[in-house]
Design a protein around this ligand. Structure first.
Ligand SMILES: O=C(O)CCC(=O)C(=O)O
Ligand SMILES: [Fe+2]
Length: 175
């Protein structure tokens, strides 16, 4: 795994394809040049099992990912990971979590809503499941699923005490 490099303000991709920082939607920093070949190889090993459980198929695919850091007050509001030009090749979302132990923050659960929503839908589904971002755990879900990162509280304010995630997608290369 390469050491983290430069963290920059995380960006959001709007459904019209524009990419920008918008701290009312997403508050975190990202290292988009981060490289984790061991993680990618481990995901590749289980990917056919995950695909069959989630009912998706990606015969020819590549992995795209970033390292995201959430500190005190950070969050990512409800969204889905497809729907914009350039994101529709995403077939599978994965998020691998890292943090200091014992954990120095609270909150930061990944909330996955029970229904997929289409672009432009504004009402929130009312049923969901929260996943704790436990150190050295991984979550897979469909990129069409509505999801969010609950706001975290990290009293020390130290970056290293925060919530780290390698989040990315298995993307089709044949469309
Ligand atoms: O960090 C997480 O739990 C999810 C991140 C996410 O939803 C994204 O980067 O699109
Ligand atoms: Fe997401």
């Amino acid at each position: 795994m390469r050491e983290p490099g430069r963290f920059i303000e995380s960006k959001v991709i709007h459904d019209n394809g524009s990419i920008e920082t918008d701290r009312s939607i997403r508050r975190s920093t990202s290292d988009i040049e981060f490289s984790a070949p061991e993680l990618v190889a481990a995901i590749d090993d289980v990917r056919h099992t995950v695909e069959s459980i989630l009912g998706v198929s990606c015969p020819a695919g590549t992995f795209e990912y970033e390292l995201a850091s959430h500190g005190d007050g950070d969050f990512f509001a409800a969204h889905h990971d497809v729907g914009a030009p350039g994101t529709n090749s995403r077939v599978l979302t994965f998020v691998y979590y890292l943090h200091r132990t014992p954990k120095k923050f609270t909150g930061g659960q990944l909330r996955i809503y029970d229904v997929a929503v289409s672009a432009g839908q504004t009402s929130y589904p009312t049923s969901y499941r929260d996943f704790e971002p436990d150190n050295d755990s991984i979550v897979f879900f469909r990129p069409t699923a509505f999801h969010e990162v609950r706001r975290i509280a990290c009293p020390s304010g130290q970056v290293g005490d925060g919530r780290f995630a390698i989040n990315g997608w298995l993307c089709r290369t044949d469309i």
